[in-house]
Design a protein around this ligand. Structure first.
Ligand code: FAD
Length: 373
């Protein structure tokens, strides 16, 4: 009997495995691929808060500025010298997480897909294991979630390529908005290194169609293609007897940006806390693991709910309204507030400040706001 079986060697599974193995528990991570971090779907734009949780990690460069480009090509430039985040090589990030998990004593079984979960039994392509606790960190198509009978969140498609792009400012990312560019979400261009960028689109339409149009407009040719799904909204329940669900599998993703690493890591801290108590007490009942759900809902759950509200409103904005919104936000006092209070992980905080200063913005941002967050 293992102490902990983690399904999925993404950042959440590896972080949890690492922390629990460090405490002396017997942990095995099951990963269906033969390699950690590959294939990578991510753009690798990580807020500074992520590194407050993980500690020092390999980074490519800082992200200090952003240009938001309206449907008609108006540009809102935000940011200055403050570091809001870092661009990372996501493959290297996951591999470093894997190295730490192994160093702390966890086993990682690569090329071992989990086929079925029936707590405490885990059936893989190689055989059966048993574990006192099972952690579902197996991404958007989670088999652990299915075994719990929990419905999948809504998933929107994202298409992404790497291409050579002429950029002047490596520390500035470009965001394109508008219903002809990326209906319901947005497109991006994120500098990597040596003139290469990740260019992508997430949308409610066919994201590949919109990405091809953007690449034609930017006059660039891709050298590699990727993409994946972004969960929109949290699942209704993230625990059952002996099982906890975390990360993309649980919908721990900001519906405003598609960023899942920070909210997933915050929820992972709750997994670790609850797991340690359950393993110590030998109590893996639903009532013992309910603490996990309370923990993350009272923590990052509040901002994820705000993000879902912002998203539900954002996806209905017309192109004319985007133009007006960008015009308003381009005013000096507005940009000053964005630069001072903007936080990738907590967009509702800056939204409050903007509406207070300019009540006309309530029309666009008001619905997203909840007092006290
Ligand atoms: C195009 C795109 C760009 C993104 N950009 C960003 C960004 O810039 N910043 C950010 O914060 N977030 C970004 N995200 C989101 C981020 O990538 C995810 O939120 C994050 O990877 C979730 O981590 P996870 O550990 O929960 O799941 P995953 O990273 O999906 O890992 C799950 C792992 O489980 C394995 N697995 C699945 N099923 C099984 C099984 N049955 N048996 C064994 N193994 C299994 C998978 O192979 C995978 O390795 C982006 C997402 C997309 C699609």
């Amino acid at each position: 009997m293992l102490d902990v079986a983690v399904v999925g060697a993404g950042p959440m599974g590896l972080f949890i495995a690492s922390e629990l193995a460090k405490e002396g528990y017997e942990v095995v991570v099951f990963e269906e691929h033969s390699d950690i971090g590959n294939p990578s779907h991510c753009s690798g734009l990580f807020s500074t808060h992520i590194f407050e949780i993980t500690g020092e990690m390999p980074k490519l460069h800082a992200a200090k500025r952003a240009e938001i480009i309206s449907p008609l090509g108006k540009v809102l430039k935000i940011g200055d010298k403050r570091i809001h985040g870092y661009v990372v090589d996501r493959v290297e990030f996951d591999r470093e997480m894997g190295r730490r998990a192994i160093k702390n004593g966890s086993e990682i079984h690569l090329k071992e897909r989990v086929r079925k979960i029936n707590y405490p039994s885990i059936m893989t392509r190689r055989g059966e294991y048993r574990a006192r606790l099972i952690i579902g960190a197996d991404g958007i198509n989670s088999i652990v979630r299915k075994s719990m009978g929990v419905k999948s969140p809504k998933i929107i498609g994202a298409a992404q390529v790497i291409a050579k792009v002429d950029y002047e400012d490596e520390e500035s990312v470009k965001i394109f908005v508008g219903n002809k560019v990326a209906p319901g979400f947005f497109a991006w261009s994120i500098p990597l290194f040596s003139g290469f960028s990740k260019i992508g689109v997430a949308s409610y339409g066919n994201s590949w169609f919109y990405l091809r149009a953007l690449l034609r407009k930017m006059k660039v040719n891709p050298i590699s293609i990727g993409g994946g799904g972004i969960p929109i909204g949290m699942v209704e329940r993230t625990y059952s007897r002996g099982i906890m669900l975390v990360g993309d599998a649980a919908g721990h993703v900001k519906a405003t940006s598609g960023g899942g690493v920070y909210p997933g890591l915050r929820a992972s801290l709750c997994v670790i806390k609850t797991a340690e108590r359950a393993l110590n007490d030998g109590d893996f009942s639903e009532s013992a693991l309910r603490d996990y759900e309370n923990c993350w809902r009272n923590d990052i759950g509040k901002e994820l709910s705000n993000a879902a509200r912002i998203h539900n409103f954002y996806k209905k904005i017309t192109d004319d309204e985007f133009e007006k919104l960008i015009e308003e936000l381009n005013k000096e006092d507005m940009r000053k507030i964005i630069n001072e209070y903007g936080d990738i992980d907590y967009p509702s905080r800056v939204a409050w400040k903007l509406v207070k200063k300019n009540p006309r913005l309530f029309k666009y941002l008001g619905i997203a706001l909840r007092k006290g967050t």
